[in-house]
Design a protein around this ligand. Sequence first.
Ligand code: SF4
Length: 253
Amino acid sequence: MELEKALLRKVGEAIGRFKMIRDGDRVAVALSGGKDSLSLLEALLLLEKRAPVEFSVCAFTIEQGKFLRPLDPLAEYLKKKEVAWTCYRDTPSLRLIAEQPGHGCDLCSRYRRRAVYEVARGLGSNVIAFGHTADDFCEALLRNALFTGKLSALPPVAHSRDKEFRLIRPLVFVDEDLTRRFAEYLGAPLTPCGCSQRTGTVRATLRGLFASLERQYPYLKENMLAAMGNLEPGRLLDTRFLDLDGKGGAEPG
Ligand code: SF4
């Protein structure tokens, strides 16, 4: 099936290039209830059977009180697929909503990260897989450049502070048009989160900008992803990477 092949090719490329999964890994997929993480889960389940390295896959969801629908259809779907799934109601997050309803993303993500590590530890996993897509990487690059004064996006592979977990983002080369179509093909039940419907955020503005530019330049995201892997630090303004004393040879052409 074409969609599945395209997804597996891109996920396989990311896993190979960034050495995301190794022999004996126990991978826990963070399911947010959306199309991206469900596509990621399916891709890893397929690769678990076919990849030359041996690894196992399970899934978990952190319930922070933001889902707009019950998670029962997701539970049913995963049960049918025989996926080991843990749904974790995070009491501190629920208390946060009750006590500070206007809290921002920083606080929410901090609470989520703590809960994610707690669950993954309980599951005996050493790798946590997140469903960030090519769209997220491109948005993060633009957002950081335009609003935080940093040229950075997201790490495809990182480690928790004490190296307990490898954190991987195997959908780095997969765009959301593909995950949308793939989740539809799977018949996966999507559970929207209240925040996904917010408009007027920087994220929504950048998404709109991308969508309108992509109508004219369809390879925009591919080019941005290629740029992230092809730095020319000598042509930027960070003095740590500039040859200020002329000791490093000729100026880049
Ligand atoms: S968008 Fe919503 S769920 Fe996501 S980090 Fe921000 S507050 Fe939390």
